[in-house]
Design a protein around this ligand. Structure first.
Ligand code: IVH
Length: 673
């Protein structure tokens, strides 16, 4: 090495150390020690050296955070140790039960030592360090397989590209949550608004959306942050003895850990931590949705082990649904697929747990009566997780003088046809059927949806345009659409138009169940559609069946039978069905019901809970039903099996209490095989 090069190498090395150190102080410890201008000066100097001596450039240099080459896709990453999920506790009493179950399993009644930490509302990631260098970052995915998002995670300043300290392990897979702090979230949404593009509903979506960008320059513009909370696995250094020590060790390596984490003893102390954290929540710079409680001793963690996908040694206490007070500005009436008119409250925008809410459901006209809500009233709105916000109650004592009765609409708000109010019926419907554009749009959206004909790329906005432009007046006409027509629509181009056309062609090869479900017959969900398909085996026979024959099918009662029969009596519906068949829609012969009884699951009752990773819940349900099993929504003594996916909650505890057999997805696959 020339003298010049070695001097440059030495300077570059020292600059990197200094810059990393300052970065750590700024982004991890939140205690900057030099002005930004000085940091920038050192940074430029390092860039200059690396430019003059490209052989000195290394991946972990602070100049190399943001790559400039977008990826074509994210590669898959298999997690060597699965990334687990957590069971939930929805009230503080459940924390006592949690401790008791641990004591029982350990055969030791003494209070358990726990570490409590905020449950961050972000995205779980895994960071892999080899000899102190960040070599890979991945999403959690389904817990077994995630996506390689290294180029995006490298842009997060609080993620060290190089670990610090004297005890750097040869290998370390560390886990944590990537979040977008509230300030960054507000700034990002302001920018989105200025650009006229979609704003994010909450910081978690924004963080997830940022990490899913193929171009790392986009993630780099978003002030993402991380808190590390676990070691997946480690080589070359001894594992600490407690979770508290794990956090301290991670911190000593320069990783960011949450300063709110605390060790406490016994369930009462845990509950107190949770209450305090609920109070502190609004003051935190980021969103949290609860507290994660972990048994502190790693040896006890190991002894306690896992159930399905969640550890027995940890639980997530979820804060109760959030509420906020605001004013009702008006009520809009929306028309659903079956013509049902739903009142939607227009609210003075209010932040409910960090999400701005300006609409909330009022369910139906009876609900308006029940709440006795009037326009201009002050109302309490609540939202729990991703659930649609709802109007919870009215502040009667604050009713203003200008409070106005909500008038029931006399006409359909979309097609203007007259509405008929039937005595004793909660739901008011527009009877215009597919002549009402609102119902037509919803019918098409239902037809193309995942569980029906599953036409990819046929999103809600596209369907709205197709109907508004008069290009489609029934579902069969979807198949007559030309690529050129589609390409002319907003947000479409030749390529996406061709994709939609291809998806439409692909959907022609379907199943009788999907077809029946897609028709949108009232009260015919996918389970009923399957029963119909399995019992009659052909569309013709279903069409020809009278109500009595329909009622012979398990799960079909008089009302559903009437709806089905009525549907197939309508000239208009038969025309559309013919047109669909003419367009080439077809399906394979249906496996007849009798065959199903040979399956191990036939006649058994299953309940599915939690998030499944190998199939969607609908798929699992369909597979079970195909083989003659019953799938129920709630656990009871009659339940034969509970299939518990990730984040299984109260159903799992109930099943355990009732002695119901609990299986995981793999076991389910075995039963279905
Ligand atoms: S520990 C086995 N700690 O919650 C332990 N998770 O419901 C697994 N989360 O996927 C995780 N804050 O994304 C842990 N302080 C924290 C957390 C946390 C948020 C998330 C994480 C996980 C989910 C489980």
């Amino acid at each position: 090495m020339s003298a010049e090069l070695s001097a440059a190498a030495e300077e570059a090395d020292s600059l990197r150390k200094t810059l990393n150190d300052h970065s750590y102080r700024y982004y991890v410890s939140d205690a900057p020690s030099i002005p930004d201008s000085e940091y920038d000066r050192l940074f430029c100097r390092l860039q200059e050296i690396e430019k003059n001596f490209p052989s000195l450039l290394v991946q972990e240099s602070p100049t190399q955070r943001v790559g400039d080459i977008p990826l074509s896709h994210f590669e898959e990453v298999k997690h060597e140790v699965p990334m687990l999920s957590l069971g939930n506790a929805f009230d503080l009493e459940e924390l006592g039960e949690f401790e008791k179950s641990i004591q029982k399993q350990l055969g030791d009644e003494s209070p358990v030592s726990f570490t409590c930490e905020p449950k961050l509302d972000g995205l779980a990631v895994s960071l892999l360090y080899e000899n102190g260098k960040l070599v890979r970052a991945a999403t959690r995915g389904d817990g077994h397989t995630g996506e390689n998002i290294t180029s995006n995670v490298r842009t997060i300043f609080s993620v060290p590209l190089q670990l610090m300290g004297d005890n750097i392990p040869q290998k370390l897979e560390v886990r944590g949550e990537v979040i977008l702090p509230l300030k960054g979230f507000a700034q990002l949404n302001q920018k989105q608004e200025e650009k006229g593009v979609k704003v994010f509903a909450n910081p978690r979506n924004a963080a997830a959306g940022s990490l899913r960008q193929l171009d790392p320059r986009i993630a780099a513009e978003r002030p993402l942050d991380i808190y590390c909370y676990a070691i997946g696995w480690m080589e070359g250094e001894p594992l600490p003895l407690t979770h508290g020590e794990v956090l301290a060790y991670l911190k000593s390596l320069g990783l960011k850990v949450n300063p709110e984490a605390a060790q406490v003893k016994g369930a009462d102390a845990v509950a107190e931590y949770c209450r305090n954290m609920a109070e502190k929540r609004a003051k935190l710079a980021y969103e949290i949705d609860g507290v994660v409680v972990k048994v502190d001793s790693l040896a006890l963690q190991e002894e306690l082990g896992f159930v399905t996908r969640a550890p027995r040694w940890a639980i997530a206490y979820k804060f109760p649904a959030e509420e906020a007070l605001t004013q009702l500005l008006g009520v809009d009436f929306q028309v659903g697929r079956t013509g049902a008119i739903t009142p939607v409250a227009r609210l003075k925008p209010v932040s409910v747990g960090g999400v701005t809410v300006s609409n909330a459901t009022l369910h139906n006209l009876d609900e308006i009566k029940r709440l006795d809500v009037r326009i201009n009233d002050f109302v309490v709105v609540c939202r729990a997780g991703d659930v649609i916000p709802k109007v919870q109650r009215v502040m009667m004592e604050q009713r203003p003088d200008n409070a106005e009765q909500i008038r029931h609409p006399e006409h359909c708000p979309v097609c203007k046809s007259e509405l008929e109010y039937i005595e004793g019926e909660v739901i008011v419907r527009c009877d215009a059927g597919l002549a009402c554009q609102a119902q037509l749009k919803e019918a098409i959206k239902h037809f193309v949806s995942r569980r029906a004909l599953d036409i990819e790329g046929m999103g809600s906005k596209l369907v709205d345009q197709l109907v508004d432009e008069g290009l489609v007046t029934n579902v069969a006409e979807l198949y007559q659409l030309q690529v050129e027509q589609l390409a002319k629509l907003e947000r479409m181009g030749p390529k996406s138009a061709q994709n939609v056309k291809d998806a439409l062609d692909k959907s022609k090869q379907s199943t009788l169940q999907r077809f029946l479900y897609g028709l949108g017959i009232r009260e015919v969900g996918d389970a009923t559609a399957l029963s119909l398909a399995r019992n009659f085996a052909s569309l013709e026979k279903i069409q020809a069946a009278d109500e009595e024959q329909l009622m012979a099918v398990e799960d079909i009662g008089p009302i559903v039978a009437q709806h089905i029969h009525h549907f197939f009596q309508q000239e208009e519906n038969l025309k559309v069905i013919h047109a669909l068949l003419d367009a080439g829609l077809q399906w394979e012969a249906v496996a007849v019901a009798e065959q199903a009884s040979e399956s191990q699951v036939a006649g058994k009752t299953f309940v599915l809970t939690g998030t499944l990773s190998r199939f969607t819940r609908q798929e699992a349900k369909a597979k079970l039903q195909e083989q003659g099993a019953k799938v129920s929504g709630s656990v009871s003594k009659k339940t034969d099996y509970l299939v518990a996916g990730e984040e299984a909650g109260s159903k799992l505890s109930k099943a355990q209490a009732l002695g119901v057999i609990v299986i995981d997805e793999q076991q389910l696959e075995g039963l279905l095989a």
